[in-house]
Design a binder for this molecule. Structure first.
Ligand code: PEP
Ligand code: MG
Length: 906
């Protein structure tokens, strides 16, 4: 706890500094710093965040007693610099009281402007400024803010409108005017009186006329606002500790509404949308801060070039622009020059793009705030690389400046911002696969294909997706499902394709028969337009224009830079040569997981696959497997070729068989015909395959153990493909992976089949080829006995989807039914299928890596669950010494950046 509670600033001096944000809050620290580097800032003082903690421990009176001397001295300091006096009717000083925590919490806490006004002071100010409208407008705003924030005059019921707004509406209605600014001086005065009366009757508290009393009330109210509901919620979401507290900055008011030589505005040192190195912003002549944001008047551009671009977009001629909407550069050239110099100075000082607020009072420029500006993903990459080239930051800083998740915006189509602002959100699902999509609703995969072939853009809406929907998913712009979590079939496949998908939208009612979907009480038919945002999970009514992503040279340069600092490699999860190529282009260093079952989604293959599953004996299975072998071999050859020279980890068949069998009559009839048996036999076999808990049932290595011929066929297909490529002079590097191991005996049994088959294949081709046999670690027992398993397996690949499922005991396909409630009630902070649970599941992973290395020091370890593309999980993997993370192609850049940051943080 700091002994010093109040830090003054003003006139080029300050007791604080930029690096004191923990004590002074971001705003307070930067106000101090701006003084130290010669930026004109109205004088003031900051009360520390520690005092906020004291306020909650000791209460109002104790804190006022503790602060009294320091605050009185600090007010005197402002008075002397401003040449005016707080509470003096002839020459009054007004102040603003602002909140500011160490982390930016935009709009969460309270601020009070124009403090120090009462009837006498107002009258004196009118004398001094000759501007009664300005004075009484400021006064009524102050009484309203004070009544709301300090005296806590709120609507009685949540549904009621704000009591102050109610009064304003009444007064406006009496005069027949629409806008606040059209109220005359008498009416503004009347508002002040009515506000005060309402406060008295509603709260029982009188509005204090004494400016000192006003000041204490405001300071303590800002402290209290640290604990308001929205601030508490925001902190929970952002992981900001309650103990931090907010600082309070009290500053002399400067007024942008004192006539035509006054103005107020907001500006950015670079373009926050594109990253272009172009100073920009907006201002209003003769206005107060909130007017710029409130949209009552259209603000004008600060720079000439900004103004010209704005006019071009708005269809305004150059003459019209110059006459009616001149930029500050043209209208106030002297002030503009100063503003431009200071913004440049601030950017050079902070080495980052700045977001600044300023006011011009009667020809004098004042800065009220500066902070590192928020920006889009595109701007983030461009600014980081530009600052690096300009020598303002070094390589490591450039990497750390970029948020991995934000790269997503660069890789997928996005909605046009203007169109999005007018769109209506219908419902919310899980953000299963990022990007924006817009199209006409279809309900079936074959419709998606045929509509697409006819030139339509479609969104496929399903209760859930199955392997058969693949072609439809590929033809659609986006996929919306009512069921399924982040690791559901739809989500995993869509991410692999880089296709927008919203899954688990529980609020939609799909009716395949009538080809309708009810969303938010409204019925949509086939052919109606909807739009999806796969990055937020939001579903919109109608058509929202989208635009394609373009990858810049800056992006490539950033990625190359990441590799320079990374130990953890990034591979990809890919099931097709196309996905493998996409991922390779994004910098993937191999394949970390090929799910062989995804290769059966094609029409012909699914029939052979079903035949294999539905066969009642080994002979029938062998027959079907013989049909599958050439398909599999061709698929593997394509993938190995696309990844020539890089490792390709192919997993043996894994999923519960029920996912593949036909449940519909037509499908069953086809299979009966294909297999030459009667329908009843097929139906009986389908029924016999039904399981109560398919996820814990006959799947993973259990398939290969009960049907060894499947393992043999797949091994044969993989290694024959590799042998053929080798003969063609290529460099295939296959790895064969056994899924869902719980005991070493399971692995050994499968390994024997793989090795025996390999011997046969190599003998047939006359080729000797190096390949490795490894295992998935996705059952807790496998993690617990990882040392024993490592004595047999050459590598581990952590399947954190199943490992999360089995560690939490949450079905990965059914989590959508309770996750929203868990998140809402804060039982879970995040969806553990998206963000690796480092505390629980992560411990199993870490332990297994350590145990494995003890037995086999060169054991390769990687992650291939969906967490392999999530930044915090990738950093965790880097920190526990994994060799690689594997993720869907479109997440490869995100993982590369996260891996580099993980290495730099070490
Ligand atoms: C996993 O369980 O994490 C995994 C990669 O396998 P799948 O998602 O195919 O079950
Ligand atoms: Mg798995």
């Amino acid at each position: 706890m700091s002994e010093k509670r109040v830090y003054t600033f003003g006139n080029g001096k300050a007791e604080g500094r930029a690096d004191m944000r923990n004590l002074l809050g971001g705003k307070g620290a930067n106000l101090a710093e701006m003084n130290l580097i010669g930026v004109p800032v109205p004088p003031g003082f900051t009360i520390t965040t520690d005092v906020c903690t004291e306020y909650f421990e000791k209460g109002h009176d104790a804190v006022v007693a503790l602060l009294k001397d320091d605050v009185e001295k600090a007010v005197a300091h402002i008075e002397s610099l401003m040449n005016s006096k707080f509470g003096d009717a002839e020459n009054p000083l007004l102040v603003s009281v602002r909140s500011g925590a160490r982390a930016s919490m935009p709009g969460m806490m309270d601020t009070i402007l124009n403090l120090g006004l009462n009837d006498e002071v107002a009258a004196g100010m009118v004398e001094k400024t000759g501007n009664a409208h300005f004075v009484y407008d400021s006064y009524r705003r102050f009484v309203q803010m004070y009544g709301d924030v300090v005296l806590e005059m709120k609507p009685e019921n949540k549904e009621d409108i704000d009591p102050f707004e109610e009064i304003i509406e009444k007064v406006k209605a009496e005069r027949g005017v629409k806008l606040d600014k059209d109220l005359n001086v008498e009416e503004l005065k009347k508002l002040v009186t009515l506000f005060k009366e309402a406060i008295k009757t509603r709260t029982g508290k009188a509005f204090p006329d004494d400016p000192i009393e006003q000041l204490w009330g405001a300071i303590c109210a800002v402290f209290r606002s640290w604990m308001n509901e929205r601030a508490i919620l925001y902190r929970k979401m952002e992981g900001i500790p309650d103990e931090w507290g907010t600082a309070v900055s009290v500053m002399a008011m400067v007024f942008g509404n004192m006539g035509d030589t006054s103005a107020t505005g907001v500006c950015f040192s670079r373009d926050a949308a594109t990253g272009e190195n172009l100073f920009n912003g907006e201002y209003l002549v003769n206005a107060q801060g909130e007017d710029v944001v409130a949209g009552i008047r259209t603000p004008q551009q600060i720079t000439k070039i900004g103004s010209q671009r704005w006019a071009e977009r708005a269809g305004i001629s150059e003459e019209d622009r110059v006459a009616n909407y001149p930029s500050m550069e043209e209208a106030m050239p002297e002030i503009y020059k100063q503003l431009n110099e200071i913004q440049d100075k601030l950017e050079h000082h902070y080495h980052d793009m700045q977001d600044m607020e300023f006011t011009v009072q009667e020809g004098k420029l004042w800065f009220l705030q500066t902070r590192n500006g928020k920006r889009t993903g595109t701007a983030m990459v461009k600014i980081a690389m530009d600052l690096l080239h300009e020598g303002m930051i070094d390589e490591k800083t450039a990497i750390m400046r970029c948020e991995p998740q934000k790269l997503d915006e660069l890789l997928h189509p996005v909605f046009d911002k203007v169109a999005l602002a007018q769109a209506k959100v219908l419902t919310q699902g899980l953000p299963a696969s990022p990007g924006a999509a817009c199209g006409q609703i279809v309900f079936h995969a074959d419709d998606a294909e045929s509509w697409h072939d006819d030139g339509h853009q479609v969104v496929m809406v399903r209760i859930e997706t199955s392997p058969e929907d693949l072609a439809g998913m590929s033809a659609a712009e986006g996929i919306l499902t009512a069921r399924g979590g982040m690791t559901s079939h739809a989500a995993v496949v869509a991410r692999g394709m880089g296709k927008c998908c919203v899954s688990g939208a529980g609020g939609i009612n799909v009716d395949y028969k009538s080809k309708t979907v009810e969303i938010d009480g409204k019925v949509f038919h086939e052919g109606d337009y909807i739009s999806l945002n796969g990055s937020t999970g939001q579903v919109y009514e109608g058509k929202i224009q989208t635009k394609a992503a373009e990858l810049s040279g800056d992006f490539k340069e950033l990625m190359d830079l990441c590799d320079k600092y990374t130990k953890l490699q990034v591979r990809t999860n890919a099931d097709t040569p196309h996905d493998a190529q996409v991922a390779r282009a994004f910098g993937a260093k191999g394949i970390g997981l090929t799910r062989t079952e995804h290769m059966f989604f094609d029409d012909k293959k699914i029939v052979a696959m079903r035949e294999m599953i539905l066969a009642t004996n080994a002979e029938g299975r062998e027959k079907a497997l013989a049909k599958l072998l050439p398909y599999q071999k061709a698929d593997f050859k394509g993938i190995l070729e696309a990844m020539d020279g890089l490792s390709v980890n192919i997993r043996l068949l894994d999923p519960p068989l029920h996912e593949f069998v036909p449940h519909d009559l037509a499908g069953q009839e086809t299979m009966a015909k294909e297999m030459g048996v009667d329908l009843k036999t097929i139906q009986q076999r389908v029924a016999s395959l039904a399981e109560n808990n398919p996820m814990l049932g006959h799947r993973g290595c259990r398939l290969g153990i009960t049907f060894p011929e499947i393992t043999a066929m797949q091994t044969r297909a993989i290694l024959s493909a590799a042998c053929e490529l080798k003969k063609e002079g290529k460099d295939p590097k296959p790895e064969i992976m056994v899924p869902l191991i719980g005991t070493v005996a399971e692995f050994k049994q499968q390994k024997e089949i793989i090795e025996a088959t390999a011997k046969e294949v190599f003998a047939e081709y006359g080729v000797e080829l190096e390949f490795e046999i490894g295992t998935m670690i996705e059952i807790p027992r496998a993690a617990l006995t990882a040392d024993t398993i490592a004595s047999e397996a050459q590598y581990f690949s952590f399947g954190t989807n199943d490992l999360t499922q089995m560690t939490f005991g949450y079905s990965r396909d059914d989590i959508a039914s309770f996750l929203p409630v868990y998140l809402d009630k804060k039982i879970l902070k995040v969806d553990p299928f998206q963000v690796l649970d480092q505390e629980g599941v992560g411990q199993l992973v870490k332990m297994a890596v350590e145990k494995g290395h003890k037995v086999r020091p060169n054991l390769r370890t990687g992650i291939c669950g969906e967490h392999g593309g999530e930044p915090s999980s990738v950093k965790f993997c880097a920190k526990i010494g994994m060799d690689y993370a594997s993720c869907s192609p479109f997440r490869v850049p995100i993982a590369r950046l996260a891996a580099a940051q993980g290495a730099l943080e070490e």
